[in-house]
Design a protein around this ligand. Structure first.
Ligand SMILES: Nc1ncnc2c1ncn2[C@@H]1O[C@H](COP(=O)(O)OP(=O)(O)O)[C@@H](O)[C@H]1O
Ligand SMILES: [Mg+2]
Length: 423
């Protein structure tokens, strides 16, 4: 009996200990597996959004070019029409193209190919200023709260895209709270450490959290909400482009957006934007409209698509220029060599075969330093490169007013060429 106890008790304790260790290990393995699954899920999600972004960006870019041909041709027709009825028809075409252009802009925003004009903004100052705009887009039964830290939280992003993102989030929160609730926005400086949940970002960021006390999002829907055109709202109530703008804007600004939601409790969307040490008001080249008309001369339009070239040429003529055309960079240099009257070159950036617009721009700077160059593109990457190299870049599709503005910039830019780049 005694021997039974002498061996029995320690043996039982030993077995219990083994069981406890085994349970702990299983627990750890389980946690580890869950973490891994979450990380893989986040990666898959990011990859899927990337793939959709490629597709939508490509389609949007090609559509932009087509829309420009349609709207440009309609605009030209309109000037020659005298019948009121025909003018109304043309107006309908032009309205439709401008709706199309804003649609492609949204798609380009998602695919991170939109042209952005970043400026340094202190979110601790800027967000409280947005409160009025937010309150107007909410309902009376929704309370808006904004909490900001004492310190300044500067980021360098496109101010109007930031506003649009916040507005999109507020509108979603409103729709999620049909019986009222609270929308709260907080700003907080954070340090990210490369975790998959934040798409591996690391460094200093500012987190903008937008939370609501609405119905939440079901787990099977959650992975899709950032996709363009994903909506659970009735036709006419939602476009499915709100969160895709938010996500694309955050990504293109060097950050990301994450979402967490509990059905019946509410949703939190966090925008992470890289923190900057730059001071607000330092950047953002503002375009000032000028009253003085330009003295126009002969412009050389370099564009491989004949229809886009025709529209562009018509705009130049409308602005008082005489127009010469070239289909590519080498033809452009040839024309420049023969015709000393050309006062300005307007070129598309992406052209098939040989030199692109930026390279052409550099060649012109070397050989004809007095001739201003204006570049045009629908792609943000190529635009960014060109701007960094000191060129004025016009976003496609453009209208005659935008062209006029850009021409003024390009001609003004001639007075002070970008330092060290002209060679
Ligand atoms: N705050 C939110 N609460 C609940 N569901 C949301 C919230 N924000 C977005 N969603 C869901 O994500 C979908 C996509 O949102 P969004 O891209 O803004 O498009 P839209 O609002 O036009 O439907 C919505 O239809 C909705 O199902
Ligand atoms: Mg929405």
């Amino acid at each position: 009996m005694a021997s039974h106890l002498i061996f029995g008790v320690p043996a039982t304790l030993f077995i219990l200990l083994i069981i406890a260790i085994a349970l702990r290990r299983t627990r750890r393995l389980y946690d580890e597996a869950q973490r891994r699954e979450a990380a893989e899920g986040a990666l898959r999600q990011a990859q899927r959004l990337e793939a959709i972004g490629h597709l939508t960006g490509g389609v949007a870019h090609d559509f932009n070019n087509l829309l420009m041909i349609v709207s440009g041709s309609a605009e030209r027709l309109r000037r020659d029409l005298t019948s009121e009825k025909h003018r109304r028809i043309i107006d309908m075409i032009m309205n439709a193209t401008s709706r199309g252009e804003s649609l492609t802009r949204q798609l380009l925003a998602f695919s991170r190919r939109q042209m952005l004009t970043p400026a340094v903004i202190d979110l601790s100052k800027r967000l409280p200023e947005l409160k009025d705009m937010l309150t107007r887009s909410l309902r009376d039964d929704i309370t808006a709260e904004i909490a900001i830290p004492d310190e300044s939280c500067a980021v360098k992003v496109d101010p109007s895209e930031l506003e649009l993102a916040i507005l999109n989030l507020a509108v979603n929160a409103r729709d999620a709270m049909p019986r009222g609730g609270t929308l709260s926005i907080t700003v907080e400086p954070v340090v990210l450490e490369g975790k998959p949940a934040e798409e591996g970002l690391s460094g200093e960021f500012v987190a903008i959290r937008v939370s609501d006390t609405g119905g939440g999002i079901a787990p099977d829907i959650l992975p899709h909400v950032f996709e363009p055109y994903f909506t659970t709202k009735e036709v006419g109530k939602g476009t499915g482009l709100g969160l895709s703008q938010v996500y694309g804007f955050a990504k293109q600004s060097g950050g990301t957006a994450t979402i967490a939601s509990t059905v019946g409790r509410g949703t939190v969307i966090t925008l992470y934007l890289p923190r900057t040490q730059e001071l607000p008001g330092a950047s953002a080249a503002r375009m000032q409209p000028e009253a003085a008309p330009l003295r126009a001369g002969t412009a050389l339009v370099v564009e491989d698509s004949p229809e886009v070239a025709e529209v562009a040429a018509a705009y130049f003529q409308q602005l008082g220029y005489m127009v010469k055309q070239a289909r590519g960079a080498s033809e452009a240099l040839e024309v420049l060599g023969k015709d000393a009257n050309i006062e300005l070159v307007f070129s598309d950036i992406l052209m098939p075969g040989g030199m692109n617009g930026v390279e052409l721009g550099h060649a012109i700077r070397r050989r004809y330093p007095a001739v201003p160059v204006l570049l045009a593109t629908g792609y943000s990457e190529s635009a960014r490169d060109a701007v960094q190299q000191g060129f004025v870049v016009l976003q496609k599709p453009f209208d005659v007013a935008a062209l006029d503005q850009a021409l003024r910039e390009a001609r003004k830019g001639k007075v002070e060429p970008a330092p060290g780049l002209a060679g």
